[in-house]
Ligand binder design. Structure first.
Ligand SMILES: [Zn+2]
Ligand SMILES: [Zn+2]
Length: 277
């Protein structure tokens, strides 16, 4: 049984125009039984996307078309591939209430969701941590050092896990070592093991899952999955479900990094999948 719980769509403004049908057909040809489409949820009201092209997330006005398109593709692949409706929701410090209100609004459409941190707040200003190497370098000088970015990142991930949404709770925590996206160019001095282990304990205590994300393996200055091997081993010790996520933004990107994952035979699906292997 293969499941991909983190797939982007043509609704992503920084992704590709590959159709939902192309993703689904390719998932089938790769032997997947199910996938969750998890487009970047619209950013909260009042939050200004800090990246130059303002294209970090789906536009709010596209949301009805997104849900409708997923409803249709589910139907089209019924009996062949189980397709779930999801979102990758940003946890943004200071916008928890807005995000909570958003999830309340859309909860009836959702089967699944990932909660991720891409934006870090520093002295009232927001930064997109995984946008580019150059921006990461700039962040290091503004935050103080690379370690200061990591510290802010793990603090925000911890807050995201501990935050309790009032009506719909995303149960999978996205790429929890995303801070390492550029680690070969910008290495941290500390391992942040204590912070990471604490986050794992908090995930376990809430019965959440980890997004075991292959996208980092194809990033030239990362070359490893998120989370890193030792973190995945610690998660496995705690029996935290590991749900593979290609984080594909093109149909060709499905299955990326899979061969580099640990416990490949034991990866979880957040759903009971019917149908044959
Ligand atoms: Zn994306
Ligand atoms: Zn992400």
């Amino acid at each position: 049984m293969r499941f991909d719980g983190h797939v982007h769509t043509p609704f992503c403004p920084h992704g590709s125009s590959d159709t939902l049908n192309e993703y689904a057909e390719r998932a089938l040809s790769l032997g997947y039984s199910g996938i969750t489409f998890t487009e970047h949820a619209p950013l909260p009201y009042g939050f200004t996307d800090p990246v130059p092209e303002s294209d970090s997330a789906m536009k709010r006005e596209d949301l009805p078309r997104y849900f409708q398109a997923l409803k249709e593709i589910k139907q089209e692949f019924k009996g062949r591939l189980q397709i779930f409706t999801g979102l990758e929701v940003d946890f943004i410090e200071g916008f928890e209430k807005e995000t909570d209100a958003f999830l309340t609004d859309v909860q009836d459409y959702l089967d699944d969701a990932i909660l991720s941190v891409h934006f870090l707040q520093h002295k009232g200003k927001y930064w997109c941590m995984d946008y580019s190497e150059d921006l990461f370098g700039e962040m290091a000088s503004v935050f103080g050092s690379v370690d200061d970015i990591y510290a802010a990142y793990y603090k925000t991930v911890k807050d995201s896990v501990q935050f309790r949404f009032s009506s719909f709770q995303p149960r999978r925590i996205g790429h929890i070592t995303l801070a390492r996206k550029f680690h070969k160019r910008y290495p941290a001095q500390r391992t942040f093991a204590e912070d990471i282990l604490f986050i794992l304990e908090e995930i376990k205590a809430r019965d959440y899952q980890l997004d075991y994300n292959g996208a980092g393996t194809v990033k030239p200055n990362c070359q490893e999955p998120y989370p890193s091997d030792w973190v995945v081993q610690e998660a496995a010790k705690r029996k935290i479900p590991l749900v593979y996520g290609s984080d594909a933004h093109t149909a060709a990107g499905l299955h990326q990094g899979f061969s580099e994952l640990l416990y490949r035979d034991k990866l979880a699906s957040p759903f009971f999948l019917d149908g044959a292997e």
